[in-house]
Design a protein around this ligand. Sequence first.
Ligand SMILES: NC(=O)c1ccc[n+]([C@@H]2O[C@H](COP(=O)([O-])OP(=O)(O)OC[C@H]3O[C@@H](n4cnc5c(N)ncnc54)[C@H](O)[C@@H]3O)[C@@H](O)[C@H]2O)c1
Length: 341
Amino acid sequence: VNRVRIAVAGLGRMGTIHAASTCSVPGVELAVVVDADHHVARAAGERFGVAWSTDYAALVGDPGIDAMIVATPTALHGRMVAAAATAGKHVLCEKPIAGGLEEAVDVLDVVARAGVKLQVGFHRRFDPDWEAMAQRIAGGEIGEAILYRASLRDRCPPSPEYLRASAGIFRDMAIHELDAARWLIGEVEEAAAYGANSAELPNGELGTALVVLRFAGGALGALDASRVAGYGYEDSAEVVGTRGTMRLRGNRATQLARIDQAGSLKRWVPDWATEHREAYLREVEAFAVAIREGSEPRATGADAVAAAQLAEACVTAHRERRTVRVAHQAMTAGAMHHAQH
Ligand SMILES: NC(=O)c1ccc[n+]([C@@H]2O[C@H](COP(=O)([O-])OP(=O)(O)OC[C@H]3O[C@@H](n4cnc5c(N)ncnc54)[C@H](O)[C@@H]3O)[C@@H](O)[C@H]2O)c1
């Protein structure tokens, strides 16, 4: 079997991780790296020993490339995925797949017509602990789910440039927890959302957000997201069920403790790159498997649109200070435009 030849676009924090994963996963080959900044592109090309480019559009037309990994700023995702799909390339796109819901729906249509694979960067779905939690909940181990609670907290905020292009805390951060909500529990019926500004962030960006969900099956959800948590990176979740609770503490690097009379001190992982190293590797592995075997990716374009719809509901709920009803996400793309009221 030929190796899947991959181009990675956007060589910042996330794209560099994907490029490194592509180099170490069997069955795939990092063919070329591309970044709009030629210094960045060249440095990555030299680091990984591959060709580099500043011209995404030219690469999309290159018959020597089978698939693109898109890790550029969020505002560019929609058109980059559409261009790649139209040219017959499979795509692994970072979350969110577009800046807003309508564009996400349009992208999904383009991908469906092109018949290529689209996987979205919901990496929790490839993390062994999260996967085990999802499987065991689905297997009925804790009975009926009653409550989903999750926290996603960054130690310190990203750059002002990143923030400007991020589409805000609900579409950028909470979207991971919203995707996990659907994955672990099921579809969401209703969302309320709250946000607090932070003196550390420019332009009125929310530093912390709180989302309350009501699931179609009757369970409740409470999620927080923070860009300014200070103590470390946390990505924890629990699902309370009628017969037990599944709890994921969301911090791997806590085996080593310093102990003295004042107590015991364990360090939290500093960032998502450290916490999710294995999941990022496995998501590229799974992408290659989906391409080679022609199977459906485990985090699909439809999942991306459903999560985008929930993020949009949160944005509206926060802006209008009201609870927003969410029409069922498993609907045709065309109806999605009118799904929120
Ligand atoms: N799944 C996750 O855990 C996770 C974590 C971080 C970021 N992300 C996502 O990854 C994406 C990138 O985030 P980041 O933190 O790596 O950003 P970043 O700012 O560190 O990197 C973005 C890179 O894209 C390049 N770029 C800009 N325009 C380009 C173009 N037209 N063509 C090619 N390259 C271009 C920039 O020069 C920069 O090097 C975002 O959409 C973000 O939501 C996901």
